[in-house]
Design a protein around this ligand. Structure first.
Ligand code: ATP
Ligand code: MG
Ligand code: FE
Length: 355
């Protein structure tokens, strides 16, 4: 039967119901607004908001699907990595529902869900086959993964300091823009000159595909310093935005080029995470993909940012993979939420069950 999935690992409270084939029957997301006043996600506020929002959101999602709870075949939830308070809320709600309905509960790794989101039917014209190269760039993550199969993820490199979205948000804050800053910085950058400031390109040309953004942030802070407490002229803020955004895109382009060389030739370049919405970055990634003669796929924005559709889809992929291997349908009622859950452990799901 259809699967209901819950996402609560950060500041999005989300539910979705997918058919066993991956058709989206209903989907609802609430982006918590309470954090804007703090200029970042406050874990305790997020957990309480998930708790307040989830029951009603789940009910409305079921209503919107035209199904009843008893039509569901399984329940899934992100159980890590992420903010532990929110994960506990979502996982326990999902487990409770699964137990009440006597259906399996599937624990989904949030990063695995991002990684597989581009394979959701309808996202790409052609079905994306393995291996593919995934660039995950969000507020909390910045990494390149070789996605070699379901449960088989190889981390090629990642940030050694800030995530890309985090850098966008911090810089936007310095420029006096609202939070989250990425979209506003991109809008302002359209009025600026990307060559106005010669910002560094951290780690560019270095072996591997690690990322670093904190030096870039510091370089920008240095340019703002002379203005002290006086407001930045709009044109300077625009030039700073454009120059910063160009530096980030250049660095990511260089790192992804290296990532290509670190894996068996990928069938596709996939980008996910909120920063994948950025137009200048998309242009860079389109160029690298063309150089390698593979398609570039970025799921629509609602699938790139945190959502429950990708969680449901990842659960379906895991169930299909288990079936393909002749293993029983997973039931993860005993799985506990984890703030950290490396993707390298995902293969164990199939190995343990094979014993
Ligand atoms: P997680 O990291 O746990 O996946 P998150 O909420 O931090 O979750 P997302 O919701 O995927 O991340 O994305 C939000 C981030 O994406 C924010 O940092 C935001 O500034 C950034 N972002 C969104 N749109 C753009 C854009 N057009 N340009 C640059 N950054 C953007
Ligand atoms: Mg978010
Ligand atoms: Fe996420």
């Amino acid at each position: 039967g259809p699967i209901l999935a819950i996402e609560s690992s950060c500041d999005e409270t989300a539910c979705a119901i997918l058919s066993p084939e991956g058709e989206v029957l209903a989907e609802k997301v609430i982006s918590q607004e309470a954090h804007a006043a703090f200029g970042g996600v406050v874990p305790e506020i997020a957990a309480r908001a998930h708790l307040a929002l989830l029951p009603d959101l789940a009910r409305k999602t079921v209503e919107a699907s035209g199904l009843t709870l008893h039509d569901l075949g399984a329940v899934a939830a992100s159980t890590g990595p992420g903010l532990i308070g929110g994960l506990i809320v979502g996982a326990n709600f999902g487990k409770g529902l699964a137990i009440a309905l006597d259906k399996p509960f599937i624990a989904v790794n949030h990063i695995e869900a991002h990684a597989l989101s581009a394979r959701l039917p309808g996202v790409s014209k052609k079905n994306i086959s393995f291996p593919f190269l995934l660039l995950l760039v969000s507020g909390g993550h910045c990494q390149c993964l070789a996605v070699e199969g379901i449960g088989r993820y190889r981390r090629l490199g990642g940030t050694i300091d800030d995530a890309a979205g985090e850098a966008f948000d911090k810089v936007a804050k310095m420029l006096g823009l609202g939070w989250p800053g990425g979209p506003q910085l991109e809008a302002l950058a359209k009025k600026g000159n990307p060559a106005a400031f010669a910002f560094p390109r951290p780690l560019k040309g270095r072996a591997g595909c690690d990322f670093s953004f904190s030096g870039l942030k510091t370089a920008l802070a240095r340019q703002i310093e002379p203005y002290g407490n006086t407001a930045l002229p709009r044109s300077v803020a625009a030039d700073l935005s454009a120059s910063f955004q160009q530096a980030v895109a250049d660095v990511i382009e260089d790192r992804v080029r290296h990532a290509f060389a670190m894996m068996e030739p990928p069938t596709t370049l996939v980008a996910a995470g909120g920063v994948a919405a950025n137009g200048v970055l998309r242009a860079s990634l389109t160029r690298i993909a063309a150089e390698h003669d593979v398609p570039f796929v970025a799921p629509p924005l609602r699938l790139c940012t945190d959502n429950a559709v990708m969680v449901a889809w990842a659960a379906l992929e895991v169930c299909h993979e288990a079936a393909r291997r002749g293993l029983p349908m997973p039931d993860d009622r005993a799985v506990r939420p984890r703030p950290r859950w490396p993707l390298s452990e995902m293969q164990e799901r199939f190995a343990v069950q094979a014993e």
